[in-house]
Structure formats: C-alpha cells, structure tokens
Write a protein that binds this ligand. Sequence first.
Ligand code: SF4
Ligand code: SF4
Length: 187
Amino acid sequence: MQSLTNRNKPVDRAPMNFWERLYLPEIFKGMIITLRHLFKRKATIQYPEQKREFSRVWRGLHVLNRDEEGRERCTACGLCALACPAEAITMEAAERELGEENLYREEKYAAKYEINMLRCIFCGLCEEACPKDAVYLSETVAPADYARKKFIYTKEDLLIPNPVTEPEAYAKAKGLEPNENRLTGKR
Ligand code: SF4
Ligand code: SF4
C-alpha cells in the first residue's frame, strides 16, 4: 500500500543469527539493563505515603471564600463564568433577604454555583476575574472518580468552612495551623 507520508520505516525482518536463536545472550542483556536501573534514581514515588512538592504556581481545586465574619463573598456577578475559557462555571443569583446579612456579604449572592471539573483546565482565569476575592484555586488535588457526575462540584462542595463556627476546619482548608486562624485573603 502506498504511504501517505514518507515517515514510515521498513521493518527489519532479517533472519535471527546463531546467538539470537540461542535466546540466553539476549536474556542476559535484558537482565543487565534491569540491574542497571536498580541503582539509578527512581522516577516513581510511594504515593500517597510520599508526595511530591508542587510548584509555587500550581493550581488545584477551587474554593469559594468567606470574609472574616464567615459571610459568603460571592455576589454572583458572573465575571468568573465569563472569563472561563472552558465554560465550566454556572451559577444562579438570588437577592439577600432581611436577616441574612450575617450569611452573605453583598445584597446579591450565588444561590447555586457549580464548576464542572471535567471541563476545567485549571487556568486560574476565574480567580483573576473575581472582583470580590470570592474564588481561588487551592493546593488540593481534585480527586479521581469513576462517575462523571461526581466531577460537578456544587457550592456546598466548594464553600470554605465558616471561620467563626468551624475555626479548625477553616484553618485546615486554608492550610493554617489551628491557633493561627486568620484570614489571609488569596494565597
Ligand atoms: S480555572 Fe480556568 S477553566 Fe477552570 S473554572 Fe476557572 S477559568 Fe474555568
Ligand atoms: S466568584 Fe467572584 S467573579 Fe464569580 S460570580 Fe462570585 S463574585 Fe463574581
């Protein structure tokens, strides 16, 4: 058959010589290569017991931020969704009711906020676009799963624990020690 490109290489089908037909020399050659690799620096690590250090600019799973009083920062302006090149973010806005001032920082908030992690390319543009410091990419790896629907992260999955009512969980999510609980804004 005629080749479409000139990148094809003819397969060498030369008959085996005497030593190749003996097989043992080839097996020893293979074992020497294996033995050489035993003394080389390993390319693999014992994950999850060992973990590699991430780059300082590494971006992981998203977090929806709260302010120092525990109120949700997101005002459902939609700028993150507009900035997202993968169209991974969807949200529904709602008006804050009287008496909900301790829950939501602004008069409008995201009643629903979802990120499709199968679409997300972890570019960080949503974080850049947010005027309220409400979304940032943490250092947590998005866990693997078998079901596609598990990769749709809802607001409940993304929202950081409340620093007032759950200070320890909040400190852990922020990567702070429990007695060092302070809001540092973006990482
Ligand atoms: S990190 Fe990039 S791709 Fe992922 S949700 Fe944000 S803007 Fe979209
Ligand atoms: S996360 Fe930020 S940019 Fe996105 S809707 Fe909320 S306030 Fe707007």
